[in-house]
Design a protein around this ligand. Structure first.
Ligand SMILES: Nc1ncnc2c1ncn2[C@@H]1O[C@H](COP(=O)(O)OP(=O)(O)OP(=O)(O)O)[C@@H](O)[C@H]1O
Ligand SMILES: [Mg+2]
Length: 261
């Protein structure tokens, strides 16, 4: 039997919680050992920019929107490296819902899943970056995923969002995609000088226990600069990805991969 890709979405409806940075760095790190397809499901196109360092409008007409409309990923895949491929996004992805309810007659929750069926056997991992909203893009990503990582950035607003995000995941599990598993909550963007950050991180640990990954992403200037310098030929990569490497190891364990010591 052909091996099928494990599909992992990164999400939370709160903006600026490191969804894109994390999904980009995780795609990059996984691609050192696995075949990876990264999917930008956010019309901001930040993942597209991070992985390619190109203008997102270069991808116009060749994005995830067209792949979804055709229910075929082939023809929309950009090769970042041999092992790291991308389906990009730009502003027009914002028209996805209009297309979905105006033009599409099939199961609206499963468009992404149907599209991914055309490439699942070509990759080990498919990583989906989602937008800061619980709209159709996020719901379609969750409906197509085997795992979801809930991103928790140490702020009160993100704390308020987290419970509802997890409820939305359970809703998708029960209504559309029984295969969806919550891989865990990735806590981060801590500023080491702020005790209120630490208190929120601890609160999430108390409330969600083992659902939390042990790794906590620390706010770090080199990681913040990845959006400027990209992931390739970047001499700060070690400093930028230190915590992400620990997270990837935990993630692989949780998704059932045999991890080399
Ligand atoms: N570990 C980190 N250390 C420092 N800065 C970071 C880190 N991770 C992300 N950032 C910065 O925080 C900001 C938000 O990150 P990012 O764009 O990845 O979040 P997001 O959740 O994808 O945002 P959105 O909800 O808008 O899609 C960016 O400016 C990014 O460079
Ligand atoms: Mg983002």
């Amino acid at each position: 039997m052909t091996k099928k890709a494990k599909v992992i979405s990164f999400g939370i409806q709160k903006g600026g919680s490191s969804k894109t940075t994390t999904s980009g760095v995780v795609s990059y790190l996984l691609s050192q050992n696995y075949r990876v397809l990264a999917i930008d499901m956010d019309s901001q196109g930040n993942l597209t920019e991070l992985l390619t360092q190109r203008d997102i409008y270069d991808f116009h007409g060749k994005t995830i929107l067209e792949a979804l409309q055709k229910r075929d990923a082939n023809g929309y895949i950009y090769q970042v490296t041999d092992n790291l491929h991308l389906i990009g996004a730009e502003d027009h992805l914002a028209t996805f819902s209009r297309w979905l309810y105006g033009n599409y007659r099939g199961n609206q929750a499963l468009v992404m899943s149907d599209m991914l069926d055309t490439v699942r056997d070509k990759y080990d991992y498919i990583i989906i970056d989602t937008p800061p909203a619980l709209g159709d893009q996020t719901m379609n990503a969750l409906s197509a995923s085997d795992y979801v990582v809930a991103m928790f950035e140490a702020s009160k607003f993100c704390y308020s969002a987290l419970g509802r995000f997890l409820e939305s995941c359970v809703h998708v599990q029960t209504q559309v995609n029984p295969d969806l598993k919550i891989a865990g909550i990735l806590r981060g963007l801590i500023d080491a000088r702020r005790t209120d950050n630490k208190a929120l991180i601890d609160l999430v640990q108390q409330e969600y226990g083992d659902l939390c990954f042990k790794t906590i992403l620390i706010r770090n200037a080199a990681a913040g600069r990845l959006s400027i310098n990209g992931l390739f030929d970047n001499n700060e990569m070690n400093a930028a990805t230190r915590h992400y490497k620990l997270f990837v190891k935990e993630l692989l364990e949780r998704v059932g991969e045999t991890v080399q010591a």
